[in-house]
Write a protein that binds this ligand. Structure first.
Ligand code: FAD
Ligand code: SF4
Length: 330
């Protein structure tokens, strides 16, 4: 690990100021940043610890009710605390499930909500400094394009990067229409969860719309009555402690055997959390049956670009979505 200095943030303004310096990273649970520093994939000179901010302002580290319905989840809240919060479990099952199906119990006790959204890809070439990787070393090339790419993305890829976004939580937030609250040099702003991450294009080193020094303060979950009928289904190589090969976050409003409203997002297949409004349109107004679900699944993966080892993900993503819709409407 390269040498670095560590400071604890004394206020939000102090964190924003310190975070805007070059070669600076925030740390909360450390479950992403410390790993990457050990691998020398990330080599910050300054680490700024955001945890003390949660002691002085509890809304940064807890779940609170929003006036008019919905929840505000502090960015420093731990994944396990949020997953077991009764309001999250009962009102937004997909959100709780996306957290509980991620990582391990120990990691979830350490890992924060904001850190989860900003975790880096698990592409093995990104984590191996001996191989070219445009995301880690811009312009060096993409080892995955013609390398071993079984775990890589089929949606939103470019000729410069095909890495999947690894967060389960971000997929549920995309489906729920959540917004991410951010404080930076200017006033606090809200970013739709679907717009926090950007497609790789020619610059996969740019992963989000955040600017240096920006602190995620909270995640707002809107009131959505039919989110009670929601599900996060994750398909992976082993039953726990593995990232998604494909996942689906679904919420469905059903009346008299027909779908009145639907939310659909896919994980494990996109370069960013993948909300599919095309699949939602294919569901609304239709009867609850296998044909409807299959049509929506076809719409969800339209335009997918498979590579040498990951063509199976097209059918896997479709089956994952069909199964999620079948289970949630049963
Ligand atoms: C073995 C293993 C398995 C895992 N499996 C899964 C899985 O199946 N699914 C899944 O979704 N995740 C998984 N994860 C990822 C894990 O959930 C994340 O590492 C964790 O959520 C990151 O949170 P943290 O608080 O530890 O972040 P840190 O490591 O402290 O920070 C991560 C990054 O986010 C930035 N950051 C953190 N908080 C803020 C903030 N509030 N504002 C601005 N920037 C911020 C930091 O600067 C840093 O760059 C796994 C991790 C490991 C190690
Ligand atoms: S897929 Fe992206 S992260 Fe992986 S090697 Fe290529 S550029 Fe790097």
């Amino acid at each position: 690990m390269k040498p670095f200095d560590y400071t604890a943030a004394t206020s939000l303004d102090d964190a924003i100021r310190s975070g805007a310096r070059p070669a600076t990273r925030f740390i909360v649970g450390g479950t992403t940043i410390v790993d990457l520093m050990k691998l020398e994939v990330e080599t910050p000179e300054h680490l700024v610890d955001l945890n003390p901010l949660g002691d002085s302002d509890r809304t940064l580290s807890s779940v609170t009710d929003l006036p008019g319905g919905g929840l505000r989840i502090g960015a420093l809240a731990r994944m396990s605390d949020v997953a077991w919060d009764a309001r999250v479990k009962d009102g937004y099952p997909m959100l709780s499930q996306s957290l509980l199906l991620a990582a391990s119990g120990q990691l979830r006790n350490m890992a924060s909500m904001g850190g989860n959204l900003l975790q880096r890809t698990r592409c093995p070439y990104f984590r191996d400094t001996a191989t070219p990787c445009n995301k880690r070393a811009p312009g060096s090339g993409c080892s995955a394009l013609h390398g071993y790419n079984r775990s890589h993305a089929i949606l939103g890829t470019s000729d410069h990067c095909i890495a999947t976004h690894p967060s389960d939580l971000a997929v549920a937030l995309a489906a729920l229409g959540a917004t991410i609250r951010v404080r930076g040099a200017g006033a606090e702003r809200s970013i739709p969860a679907t717009e926090l991450h950007v497609l790789p294009g020619a610059h996969p080193e740019h992963e989000t719309v955040l600017k240096p020094g920006d602190v995620i303060t909270a995640i707002d979950i809107p009131a959505l009555s039919f989110a009670k009928r929601s599900l996060y289904l994750k398909v992976r190589d082993r039953a726990s402690y593995a990232f998604a090969l494909a996942s689906a976050a679904v919420a469905v409003d059903v009346a008299n055997g027909r779908i009145r409203a639907a939310r659909v997002a896919l994980g494990g297949v996109g370069t960013k959390p993948w909300r599919s409004t095309a699949a939602e349109r294919a569901l609304v107004g239709k009867a609850v049956n296998a044909t409807t679900f299959r049509t929506a699944a076809n719409a969800a993966v339209a335009g997918a670009v498979p590579r040498k080892d990951n063509a199976f993900k097209i059918e896997l993503a479709k089956r994952t979505l069909v199964r999620a819709l079948t289970e949630v409407t049963a």
